[in-house]
Design a protein around this ligand. Structure first.
Ligand SMILES: NC(=O)c1ccc[n+]([C@@H]2O[C@H](COP(=O)([O-])OP(=O)(O)OC[C@H]3O[C@@H](n4cnc5c(N)ncnc54)[C@H](O)[C@@H]3O)[C@@H](O)[C@H]2O)c1
Length: 337
């Protein structure tokens, strides 16, 4: 017997609306049955034209709607903890957009709630793990294809930052992707963070210290550097070069079609993450749906979300103090080994 997993989507902004469309179009075995957003107009817009979806302004009401068997959280980071704890109390499988929580204290409260249940129900939306290029790089590193990794050189650029973007979000919302990718690619924890801030770009909104250069040290002795530049102007670009003892490998150059004409050559640069990572979001949600239907997860877990939040906290302290700041982690519980 096949059954369809009913999903409640919490937060219907840019990501939530994209996930609602994705579940309707490209993900089999699931359908959105309820959505919630405190912005009543937005929530109505998100479900316009969809049948059998109830619209709520309260997350708990959406999770209590008939037919809900799993929850996708796409509200802003500071709202995640409350929704996560509520979903865990209902024992519903969850896909939570990154960051799990902006701070490690909140992430630990989620971790403790999951530990009390004794099984993993929460997957974190670090979707780069589902991107074909990142998977290829991880496979190469795991197979020892370039020897022991020494460096990851990462670039994370957005054309322009949204009006609500803050200096803290540069670290806890943007660099957090590289933090998870580095932990996953290397199979190591991040142990210390240093943040350097050049004179801000003239294109950066007043008060935003953009770009920044973030140095991460890892438990295996590798160094990860991240250029974060969220007002670069020309497009959305995420690149990573791994340098090992026996070679190097690069992803994210975006070599789709190359056009040569009138004495010049070139190609297109994606303008946003929804385009660049469209396939990764699709694969992430498909695999989560398949796992959630069995009460499981299939991707980054609460420990990954907690570890990333701990690195963000150290990163925020490093940015304020201008000094190298160690990352503090609690002991990893057996559930997450
Ligand atoms: N994986 C990725 O590549 C990626 C990219 C962008 C954003 N994100 C993450 O997705 C999440 C949402 O980001 P966004 O860009 O869609 O933001 P957004 O501002 O476009 O949308 C957020 C929505 O959540 C609503 N909201 C606020 N408080 C809420 C609450 N308590 N309950 C339910 N809804 C609430 C807001 O009204 C808004 O409609 C964030 O965690 C963000 O970091 C992930």
């Amino acid at each position: 017997m096949t059954s369809t997993l009913g999903i409640a989507v919490i937060g219907t902004g840019r990501m939530g609306t994209d996930h609602v469309r994705r579940i309707g179009r490209t993900v089999g075995g699931a359908r959105v049955v309820a959505v919630a957003d405190p912005d009543g107009d937005r929530v109505k817009e998100a479900v316009a034209g969809l049948e059998g979806v109830s619209a709520h302004t309260d997350a708990a009401a959406a999770m209590a709607a008939p037919g809900v068997g799993a929850v996708l959280i796409a509200s802003p980071g500071p709202a995640h903890e409350e929704a996560l704890l509520h979903a865990l109390a209902l024992e519903l499988p969850v896909l939570c957009e990154k960051p799990l929580t902006p701070d490690p204290a909140g992430a630990l409260r989620v971790l403790e709630a999951e530990l009390r249940l004794g099984r993993k129900l929460v997957q974190v939306g670090f979707m780069r793990r589902f991107d074909a290029e990142y998977e290829g790089l991880r496979g190469l590193l795991d197979a020892g294809g370039i020897g022991r990794p020494l460096f990851l050189h990462c670039r994370h650029r957005n054309a322009a930052s949204p009006s609500f973007f803050t200096n803290d979000m540069l670290i806890s919302d943007s660099v957090v992707h590289e933090v998870d990718a580095a932990r996953w690619l290397l199979g190591q924890e991040i142990t210390a963070v240093t943040v350097l801030s050049p004179a801000p770009s003239a294109a950066a909104p007043q008060g935003l210290s953009d770009p920044r250069f973030v140095l991460l040290e890892t438990s295996g002795g590798a160094i990860v550097d991240v250029e974060i530049f969220v007002n670069c102007g020309f497009g959305y670009q995420v690149q990573c070069e791994a340098v090992g003892e026996a070679g190097s490998a690069r992803i994210g150059d975006g070599h789709a079609m190359v056009v040569q004409t009138r004495g010049r050559w070139g190609g297109e640069i994606a303008q946003d993450f929804l385009t660049r990572f469209a396939d990764a979001y699709d694969r992430q949600v498909r695999r989560w749906v398949a796992a959630a239907a069995r009460g499981r997860i299939d991707g980054p877990d609460v420990w990954d979300g907690y570890a990333a939040a701990a690195v963000s906290e150290a990163g925020l302290a490093a940015a304020r103090s201008g000094t190298r700041t160690p990352v503090e982690l609690v002991e990893r519980p057996a559930l997450y080994h």
